[in-house]
Write a protein that binds this ligand. Sequence first.
Ligand code: CA
Length: 219
Amino acid sequence: MSLRTLNLDDALYGYLLGHSLREHPAQTALREATSGHPHAGMQVSPEQGQLMQLLVRILGARQAIEVGVFTGYSALAVALALPDDGHLLACDISDEYTAIGRPYWEAAGVAHKIELRLAPARATLDAQLAGGAAGRYDFAFIDADKTGYDAYYERCLSLLRPGGLLAIDNVLWGGSVARTADDADTAALQALNSKLHRDERIDLAVLPIGDGLTLARKR
Ligand code: CA
């Protein structure tokens, strides 16, 4: 059998970070500020943030969406990769969590690119569509409540231009998607993964990075 994915023990993971990570100092500081948070596991890993930066640059993205900000590390990563007149529509419902990240957005000099909307993301995205923004976005990242993923996916897909890219986090859900679902989150992810597999509107790759990252390019 061919090699699937390397098991990243601490030494190899340390090597990977030590030989690839190029964090802005504000990213490192925000990551450290979040590490003691009770929900620190919700933060994307630094190498995943850097992958998203590369994707944003490959796309030449100017307009981006994030659904699920938590303490703002991924928003900071994406904003750093956007051009100076780029725009990230950052959707979350928690003022408490996003407030942790905002000083680091300022410190990195990218706060002007980030428009934080503290409201249910479904309503924020619907307002974008109602305002005529369909097809105007280049990149979207979904990392929020799993039972909402399908609604976010459909709205983000409408908001993306053809050739735009959608990234969806936690699609392997600690491995539980491969087992019989006994909770709503796993069931929602299983349904979405199955739907995307046969969705002719996108080109698809599912990467076993972090907790599983789906990349979907709008056709
Ligand atoms: Ca996540």
